[in-house]
Design a protein around this ligand. Structure first.
Ligand SMILES: O=P(O)(O)OC[C@H]1O[C@H](OP(=O)(O)OP(=O)(O)O)[C@H](O)[C@@H]1O
Ligand SMILES: [Mg+2]
Length: 179
C-alpha cells in the first residue's frame, strides 16, 4: 500500500495538531447551541471521530452517506444519497463534517438538502480543501489544510475504496489509477 504513495503531505501528528485547533475553535463557536454534527460518510469517518473528541461542549451526531466518485479519480457530477440522516434537522444548528472539498458538488448539494429541510443554520468544517478542483463556488467556514491539485488518499480518503486506513494524507501515484 505504501508503495503506491508518491508523497506524504501531512503526517499523523500534523493532522492531530490541526484537528485539535479546529476542535477548540468549534467548541467556542457552538457554546450553548447544542449542534447536530453530521458526518459525511464514508470519507469523513476518521476526521469525525477525532474531531468530536476535541470538542468540549454538548453535541449530537448523525451520519449521511453520499457518493459521487465511485471507482474514479474524477467526480461523476451526480451526488447520490446512499444513507440518509436518522432524525429531522428542522430548527437545528448543523455542523457538517467533511474530509475534503474538491469540486464542491457534494457539499453544495448537501447544504441545499439541509436548507430545504429548514435547518436553523449550516456551518461547514473540512479537514482538506483542494481549491483548484472547484466546479461550483463554495468556501468552508473552517478548514484544516489547503492541498495541491493532485489526487490524495489516506485518513479516510480512498481510491476505489482502498487506502482509507493510512494514518497520513498523501498523493497517490498516477500510475495506480492510470493503468
Ligand atoms: O467536492 P467534491 O468534488 O464533491 O468531492 C468531495 C467528496 O468526494 C469524496 O466522497 P466520495 O463521493 O468519493 O464518497 P466516499 O466519501 O464514500 O469516498 C469525499 O469524501 C467528499 O465527500
Ligand atoms: Mg471516495
Amino acid at each position: 500500500m505504501l508503495n503506491d504513495i508518491q508523497e506524504v503531505l501531512y503526517d499523523a501528528n500534523q493532522i492531530q495538531q490541526k484537528v485539535k485547533e479546529l476542535g477548540d475553535t468549534i467548541s467556542q463557536e457552538f457554546e450553548g447551541r447544542n449542534p447536530l454534527v453530521i458526518c459525511v460518510l464514508k470519507g469523513a469517518f476518521i476526521f469525525m471521530a477525532d474531531l468530536i473528541k476535541n470538542i468540549t461542549i454538548p453535541l449530537e451526531i448523525d451520519f449521511m452517506a453520499v457518493s459521487s466518485y465511485g471507482q474514479s479519480t474524477k467526480t461523476s457530477g451526480v451526488v447520490k444519497i446512499m444513507k440518509d440522516l436518522d432524525a429531522p434537522v428542522q430548527g437545528r444548528e448543523i455542523l457538517i463534517v467533511e474530509d475534503i472539498i474538491d469540486s464542491g458538488l457534494t457539499l453544495s448539494y448537501l447544504i441545499d438538502v439541509l436548507e430545504r429541510r429548514n435547518a436553523k443554520s449550516v456551518t461547514l468544517v473540512t479537514l482538506f480543501d483542494k481549491p483548484a478542483g472547484r466546479k461550483v463556488e463554495l468556501e468552508a467556514d473552517h478548514k484544516g489544510f489547503v492541498l495541491p491539485d493532485a489526487f490524495v488518499v489516506g485518513y479516510g480518503l480512498d481510491f476505489a475504496e482502498k487506502y482509507r486506513n493510512l494514518p497520513f494524507i498523501g498523493i497517490l501515484k498516477p500510475e495506480v489509477y492510470e493503468k
